[in-house]
Ligand binder design. Sequence first.
Ligand code: B12
Ligand code: SF4
Length: 446
Amino acid sequence: MHVTLIFPGIALPGFDSFNKKPTIDANFIDHGLASLSASAKAHGYSVDLIDLRTLRDWSHFREEVRRRTTTVWGITSWSLHYPDAVRAVRILKEEKEDAIVILGGVHATIQTQQVASNRLIDHIITQEGEISFVKLLDTLAAGKPAERIIIGEGPVLDEIPWVDRDLFDMSGELATPMAPRLPTPFVTTNAGRGCPFKCNFCQPAERAVFGNRVKMRSQRNVVDELLYLKDRFKFRSWMAHDDLFFINHRWSREFCVQYKAAGFTEPYICQMRADLMCRYPDVVKQMAESGLAWAMIGFESGSQRILDLFEKETTVEENLKAAAICKEYGIKVWANIMFGAPTETRTEVMETVRMVWKIKPDHLSSSYFTPTPGSGMAAEVEKKGLTIVDPFNGSCRTPNEAKMKDIDYEWLTKAIALAYEGGSEERLMALGQLPAKHQEISCASH
Ligand code: B12
Ligand code: SF4
């Protein structure tokens, strides 16, 4: 039996963006679909892909559907992509009366009832897909009836095949390093799944998909995959896509040993937390010696009240110390900073600007606080009627549009510009005195 998978990720980069726009969202492969594909192929199914980013427009998608004889279609969807996933399903059903559509991914997991209310979707698999997707294919291939809503069984990561890099056109990812000056070819991989922390602008979405326990592949399994990727793609740098690659100090120590023993010196980039870096500076040093070139750190805010509001469980001091540890070991700092949290005051924003100046990141990635579907904060601000973005677009954190009521985005843009430019305390104080455009950002109403 043949299956066609669909990647609907055009919400940010748009149609015809693959290999045309230099951004990661236009070019990275999707590990969820690539992993499903690997499992399906390992069980004898043939699989191909329609990646909307490679198409001209919706009529091109219709043509691609029409020219296939596929019956079973699998679609992934984050919240941001859901409206496009729904449009794809509608076209599929218009073109192929007998199409069986299976939807899975983050949005299907956190908004199962909403997805189930779309009667064009035949089956929904929530949580992790590899095992249950194959079981569903087996049932369909046998012509037997199958449940409509299936809770995905979580696999043991070393027991599933490496993600299928033949599903996507790898040329986009190979040419698009995550951080400036990381050499190409560049590849991404995932060493594990899940995160034990509870930052409320993110959780509980992660746990809804991956459960409460963090699962790591064995170091051997990851290093073996990197050896395969080296052989196949000759990569010169790579990224661990994990929410947190440095999550377990024992795992990381052994990974460094095995990575070096395999002869690797290739630089890599990953996400890290300031508190863990401060607790285990020796591991950070070991990672730097093994090739860690960039640490992407969610510093988020220079205000302790805002960090606590986010339930980040880090301190401003840890933020500064983690950055200093990176400087000491020659690791470049990618600073993720969030502006415009609900109830954030101007004084608190200014504290964040000062923190950025002290950290002096090699790359500053600023975002507006965004009510990401599936996060605790989103539920809270929606209840209070503060959200002004729609629940799908709402997951895009790019600081280019207003997300929430009561936030003076015009002023915030100036503060963010100052964080980027660097500047003096006088300029910052002058910014603080500017009259508010709409309402002062304040705690008053909440
Ligand atoms: C890597 C990553 C990225 C990469 C994307 C690379 C890519 N194209 O895949 C980059 C850095 C570009 C990125 C960007 C963004 N991301 Co992101 N990202 C992640 C991250 C950390 C890992 C994704 C991953 O590889 N997971 C591992 C795979 C194996 O898991 P999976 O994809 O969920 O797939 C499994 C199941 O969901 C299921 N499944 C998935 N699809 C299907 C389909 C079928 C048919 C079935 C049966 C099952 C199934 O089975 C899979 C295997 O078990 C996740 C968090 C996370 N840990 O998942 C956030 C996450 C997906 N991102 C998120 C967000 C919000 C964004 C941004 C919008 C942020 C922004 N800029 O504002 C952008 C959107 C960009 C875009 N593509 O349009 C949110 C999505 C929340 C939501 N409600 O949808 C997440 C969950 C993080 C969070 N909690 O905030 N991201
Ligand atoms: S923001 Fe990062 S550390 Fe916090 S819960 Fe999400 S993945 Fe974990």
